[in-house]
Design a protein around this ligand. Structure first.
Ligand SMILES: Cc1cc2nc3c(=O)[nH]c(=O)nc-3n(C[C@H](O)[C@H](O)[C@H](O)COP(=O)(O)O)c2cc1C
Length: 200
């Protein structure tokens, strides 16, 4: 079985470019894996709690000293990590909000970048423990940012995923979504072509 973890981050249910093209890419990938099992997290619609004192307590206190809230927060984080580690492919529908990823995707990363589970510190620096999977990112933006220093979506995601050992990261861009109808349609058409290429 090939597990595909899908992370949707747009706050929009309707008209979301990242959602539409993520679905398209997942469909194409499922076609290649007859045994595909799709697991979806609607991070933009049902956000995870931010990393807070309770989760830190759940991570760091011994079990007997944890409050019930801390125990539950640590269990949620463990479930998200297990889900990631059980996945062969991760597809992230990443809407750009204020030059970067959504806070809801950042919250997911805060839950899964966990010492001893997805990375560990060594005397030579940190080592990623989650490298054995491929990640696709469908990055939707109002403007056009590919290769520009204003794009904090791609470099940040490459850094955060690289930190846990994931270096096989492929980006599909859906650009120009707030630049008028013609530019938005051009951005969508480019994304469709890119999806055909990367899923080939
Ligand atoms: C709160 C908010 C902030 C945004 N910030 C940016 C931005 O900094 N740069 C940009 O190009 N587009 C920005 N946009 C436009 C979105 O990136 C664009 O609409 C994209 O298509 C969103 O993904 P979605 O269609 O999947 O919802 C923003 C949109 C919203 C709602």
């Amino acid at each position: 079985m090939t597990q595909i973890l899908v992370l949707q981050t747009s706050a929009r249910r309707e008209g979301s470019a990242s959602r539409q093209h993520t679905d398209q890419l997942v469909q194409a990938l499922s076609g290649q894996h007859a045994d595909a099992r799709i697991v979806t997290r609607e991070l933009g619609i049902e956000p995870l709690p931010h990393l807070d004192e309770i989760l830190l307590g759940g991570w760091t206190k011994p079990a007997e000293a944890q409050t019930e809230a801390e125990r539950q927060a640590a269990a949620r984080s463990a479930e998200l990590i297990e889900e990631l580690l059980a996945s062969d492919i991760v597809v992230i529908g990443s809407a750009m909000y204020n030059f970067g990823i959504t806070s809801t995707l950042k919250a997911w990363l805060d839950h899964v970048l966990a010492a001893g589970k997805t990375f560990r510190y060594t005397e030579n620096g940190p080592i990623g423990l989650a490298g054995d999977r491929k990640v696709y990112v469908v990055a939707a933006r109002g403007g056009r940012y590919q290769g520009s220093p204003l794009d904090h979506q791609e470099p940040y995601l490459r850094t955060a995923l690289g930190f846990i050992g994931i270096s096989d990261v492929v980006f599909v861009y859906v650009e120009g979504q707030a630049m008028g109808e013609a530019e938005a349609a051009k951005g969508r058409a480019e994304a469709e072509e890119a999806i055909k290429r990367v899923a080939a």
